[in-house]
Design a protein around this ligand. Structure first.
Ligand SMILES: [Zn+2]
Length: 319
């Protein structure tokens, strides 16, 4: 009861990549990773502490029908990285843990521009970067490299989405960059997604076609991105896609306007990157469910201890 009041009925965790950490890389991307060893120890420890792992469907059913849940965890993986299959899938199967992968369809279609990895390479390889908009960045030290990453990331997120490849290339005229090189290396293939989709442990969700920040899109463009990705995935896996996740789901990139639009599109749940646990009141906010990021070093004990702090900030995080 105590736990239910503080930590809600469940927590949806957000993961991206499942791959051994690399000390030579930059933190903003490394933080999107969980190492396979860490993931396995997290699952084992959580089970030992009495947590159960459930699917998005089970969470949705519990919210909708006022069923009691306590100490439930949902694992969700964003974007569709190949390592979810090569490094994560065997762990989920070994421990019988349900999981959801939200697919950005331009990943398996190999048209995605994984600029955050290309940008990381450019910053690691250079001691200073000058962009065609006149801005320039010192990036000699590790801290300068991280600061540069965040500063340029902010510019890229707000580039025009039409002909995005031209916009990003125009920003980097001083560097010769192949923006399309990362996707074949890092994205799941449709064959892998189809194989995973047959597993009862797996939920395949939608994460738009191009992973643009929703706030940069018109209503029509957003609907095309969301429904387009749902239709493309369904044509590959021959099953309904009933769960959605907003790209860059922080308050800066997605808000009431986007929630209202997506709420009409018929998904059972949609998740953001707002930080919070799930409470029974989220029944009325199924298009804006908060999550908690799982990174290496995340401690469930500390998470339980800080529940009171999160609660004071607001029991039901949606906006
Ligand atoms: Zn994403």
């Amino acid at each position: 009861m105590f736990n239910q009041y503080l930590s809600g009925i469940a927590t949806v965790f957000m993961l991206h990549s499942i791959y051994p950490l690399d000390g030579d890389k930059l933190l903003p991307n490394e933080n999107l990773k969980v190492s396979p060893d860490y993931l396995e120890s997290f699952i084992v420890k959580a089970k030992a502490k009495g947590y159960s792992f459930i699917s998005l469907d089970t969470l949705h059913d519990a919210l909708l029908n006022n069923k009691t849940l306590s100490k439930a965890i949902v694992l969700t993986l964003d974007d569709g990285y190949a390592d979810n299959y090569t490094h994560g899938y065997s762990i989920f199967k070994k421990h019988n843990v349900p999981f959801a992968i939200y697919i950005t369809t331009s990943f398996p279609d190999n048209t995605a521009i994984l600029w955050w990895y290309t940008l990381e390479d450019i910053i690691i390889q250079n001691n200073s970067i000058t962009l065609s908009d006149g801005s320039s960045f010192e990036c000699k030290t590790q801290q300068q490299k991280v600061d540069t990453f965040w500063a340029i990331r902010e510019k890229i997120i707000h580039l025009p989405t039409e002909n995005f490849i031209d916009s990003i290339q125009a920003l980097f005229t001083h560097n010769s960059v192949d923006w399309r090189s990362k996707v074949t290396e890092l994205a799941l293939t449709w064959a892998q997604i189809e194989e995973i989709s047959h597993d009862p442990l797996a939920t395949i969700g939608a994460h738009t076609i191009n992973h643009f920040a929703s706030s940069e899109l018109s209503k029509e463009e957003l609907i095309n991105e969301v429904i387009g990705s749902k239709n493309i995935i369904e044509s590959h896996i021959n099953k309904p896609v009933e769960h959605f996740c907003y790209p860059f789901g922080s308050a800066k990139e997605v808000g009431e306007k986007e929630f209202a639009i997506v709420n009409e599109l018929g998904f059972k749940t949609s998740t953001t990157t707002r930080i919070g646990s799930i409470f029974p009141e989220h029944k009325n906010h199924l298009a804006a469910l908060p999550r908690v990021m799982l990174t290496n070093g995340f401690s469930l004990s500390r998470f339980e201890l800080t529940a009171i702090k999160r609660l004071l900030k607001g029991r039901v995080v949606v906006a």
